[in-house]
Design a binder for this molecule. Structure first.
Ligand SMILES: [Cu+2]
Length: 121
């Protein structure tokens, strides 16, 4: 009886620990925003990215056709976007406003219209 009781307590403790771990994982996921951005000739989707000031974000890029670039000069971030891979930029916007981004690798006639806006509130 005593052994069974201890075992039950032990199992209950393990169960509670598991719950605490998954709660922490959920909290971490909530804090880390991931926004997927798809590039193709000659635009980014979404073309408008809304972020919160001081909230870390990861932008995840893929391209549907050729090699592209993503540049967001106001925050000093850029990346190449290669077909068949996912490029990631993690940063924390530290100022509010509207900031232009653009493709900075020539990807064909129409490249110059590959622009968008990051809106930080
Ligand atoms: Cu381009």
């Amino acid at each position: 009886m005593t052994i069974n009781h201890k075992r039950r307590l032990l199992l209950a403790g393990v169960g509670a620990g598991g719950l605490a771990l998954s709660a922490a994982a959920v909290t971490a996921q909530n804090q880390e925003r991931v926004i997927k951005v798809v590039a193709k000739k000659f635009d980014f989707t979404p073309g408008e990215i809304r972020l919160k000031k001081n909230q870390p974000v990861t932008l995840e890029f893929t391209t549907l056709d050729v090699v592209m670039g993503f540049a967001l000069p106001d925050f000093g971030v850029r990346t190449d976007i290669l077909p068949g891979t996912t490029a990631r930029i993690r940063f924390t916007p530290d100022k509010a406003g509207q900031f232009p981004f653009h493709c900075d690798i020539f990807c064909g006639s129409g490249h110059e219209s590959m622009t968008g806006t990051v809106i930080v509130t």
